[in-house]
Write a protein that binds this ligand. Sequence first.
Ligand SMILES: [Fe+2]
Length: 299
Amino acid sequence: MLRLRCLLTTTTTSSFHQFPTLSSSSYSARSSSSSKVKTMSYSTESSSNNNKKKNKLLFRQLFEKESSTYTYLLADHFHPDKPALLVDPVDRTVDRDLSLIKDLGLKLVYAINTHVHADHVTGSGLIKTKVPGVKSIISKASKASADILVEAGDKIQFGDLYLEVRATPGHTVGCVTYVTGDGPDQPQPRMAFTGDALLIRGCGRTDFQGGSSQQLYESVHSQIFTLPMDTFIYPAHDYKGFTVSTVGEEMLYNPRLTKDQETFKSIMENLKLSYPKMIDVAVPANMVCGLQDVESKAA
Ligand SMILES: [Fe+2]
């Protein structure tokens, strides 16, 4: 992970996309612990006869200051069940996140990780102990355990909205980017939750966890920079106070990924970053949804 330790004054940031709604009467979360997951479905049945198909995403960007991690709350808040998901929850801020979800009257259904984090313990497992029925999600390629293991092309559906899974390895071998759906009934512009694959004006380090600078370069260029230019980039971290970027902006101004591949690899190989201070605790814990006895492992 990129270790730019700058003064950080932000505590919590939020954005809010609030739109008309759909009506629906049923949903079914189809989940599996097996390797192949095609669609996690919180489906609706009556969306086609409702004109209010746009702008139904509730979106909040939340911040955990110790690890400079962003957690994202997304929900179809006009769906009768108000299904919601969290991307990259942190153990320290689980209570805050669940309190917000309660205040907003949402039903949390998924706790999703972009990858096995090395700098904080995921809140996924803790959330599962506090909210029965929540399913944890991570990529199959991460080799971590979770209720649902996703692969490129899978869709994570909540209400009438969905996230598309794109494989973006390179920071870790199992990194994925979650992108909001493509279509007139999905949020516009699209939104990409890039984890540490692409940060605002940066990217995650590639020297641990099966990282590869060549692979990261190819991932970003083939899976993220091919999205529409106005696609919002929401990373897992920021150390300078940035909150959001766009594909077009990063294609112009990212100081690493605008370079050719050989230059990028040279940059990544010469970062001279310190050993990640949390990695020996966080990675083993995050391989099991953050529920490992981290104290004994840290000893
Ligand atoms: Fe990371």
